[in-house]
Design a protein around this ligand. Sequence first.
Ligand code: NAP
Length: 248
Amino acid sequence: MAGIALITGGSRGIGAATARRCARAGWDLALNYVSDASAAHALADELRATGRRVITVQADVADAGQVAGMFERIDAELGPLTALVNNAGIVAPAARLAAMDIARWRRLFDVNVIGTLLCCQQAAWRMSIRHGGGGGAIVNLSSRAAEFGSAGIYVDYAATKGAIDTLTKGLARELIAEGIRVNGVRPGIIETDIHAGSGRDVGAPEIAASIPIQRLGRAEEVAEAIAWLLSDAASYTVGALLDVAGGR
Ligand code: NAP
């Protein structure tokens, strides 16, 4: 049964495709973004025109105060949260370990891991039947990089996604008794703007040729998996890491 969902990084890429898919399934939505207000507002207008209630919330998921404020706004403007998609994430310029610095590691872990922890905590406080909530579902965006390790490209980013896999499995077991299903999705290489942050040309023919399905994925194809995991159709799916990667 659809309810009220927060999608972090819901303004662009996989988050925006997930917002469109969830709106079609009847979810009311909070779309979080950090800097691109115009993309978030345009998407919110588009989805409101389909009859859904949609708010946009600017917050850096790495900042505990901003995350707390985001959830308070959702409480006040939409009502009780029933789903969270931890989708906000960043990469860093492709590099070998020797050329990396601590500032980059801190930012990657702050956004990709601490951001997910902060949002899971806020959501659990609200959704857990132990705390008086009505239950719900969480989907965390990991990556196939968690398994491959992204040698020579960004082992630090891959390590953040390894942390997300472990967090997803642990939280799933911790929170299912409180009425919250936690699962993860591990995309392969998906056509979004994120790759500009690494400087990698993912459009190069050898990249597609390295994927068994012989092409990159589309954000909409990842959104389908996320929407299914959020839905009651996935009622017995707990702690799963669903690869959406064209066989990669
Ligand atoms: P994207 O197109 O770059 O979009 C990123 C989204 O996250 C944007 O909405 C951005 O907001 C938001 N964001 C970034 N930093 C944030 C922060 N500190 N606080 C709040 N929001 C923040 O990325 P994407 O490709 O859709 O990726 C989405 C997720 O899938 C990420 O977790 C990524 O690691 C994962 N993933 C992607 C791929 C891929 O090939 N694309 C593969 C595996 C996993 P603004 O619009 O305001 O900048």
